[in-house]
Design a protein around this ligand. Sequence first.
Ligand code: ATP
Ligand code: MG
Length: 253
Amino acid sequence: MGRRIVTTGRGGTGKTTFTALAAKYLERPILLIDIDPDQSLADMLGVDLEKEGVRTVLDILYDIQKQEGYENLSDMPLPEKIQYLFNTECIYESEEFDLISLGVKWTEGCYCAPNNLIRAIIPKLARNYANTLIDAPAGLEHLNRNVTSEVDDMFIVLDPSMKSLKNIERIQLLAKEVGISYQNFYMVANYRFNDDLEKRIPSRNGAYLGRVDLDTAVEKFNLDGKSLLELPDDSPAAMSVKQILEKAGYQTR
Ligand SMILES: Nc1ncnc2c1ncn2[C@@H]1O[C@H](COP(=O)(O)OP(=O)(O)OP(=O)(O)O)[C@@H](O)[C@H]1O
Ligand SMILES: [Mg+2]
């Protein structure tokens, strides 16, 4: 059974960058799950899902709910239909990693049945990978509702603000409230911290693993639509993330 890793934190702290760089160094095979409605993980990895013909999980659930398309599958029972569409339309596969995106199309109405089915499909799929990395926005409800309630390592990416530091406990409470369990809770400082500010990170909530250094190449790669997997190994952000993973006990490549 592979490890399930979640990156969380407040908006704009560097969660997606951290996830993408972790994907650069963690052992293969890797599954990436983007549950942020912004869907920027694929962008940071230089992948255009639409162009690749890969649909989001919510797209297919929406169509099934609205009974749009898939007439040829009308005789198929719902669980088989969802599994089939998930396998054929929602997984982006490449040599370096596989990726699925939850998507944004949330409308009213009950998705309970399809949701529960997806929630069974994703952990099963994750068993085929050495590492499953989940890029999760600060509200963890989609994580539990749609993806998994069992996490090995939770990484919270902090910015140097009171709000962010308070968010540490809030996330831990929220995880409890929504029923997410994790083995380890790790704190990571983002590129806006300095040595002095780092000392303000409380040690009572988990292990502090270090800072992701400021790296202008990250901005440049993002602007150019270039994959962060191609960031040179000696670039400050890449080196920091590799070290952080090693501190958390991961084998890196
Ligand atoms: N180490 C770094 N050095 C320089 N810039 C960085 C670094 N890490 C992230 N950034 C920049 O900070 C911005 C936010 O990063 P990112 O998108 O990873 O944050 P996020 O927490 O995923 O944001 P959101 O909450 O919107 O999903 C991006 O423009 C990114 O290029
Ligand atoms: Mg993000």
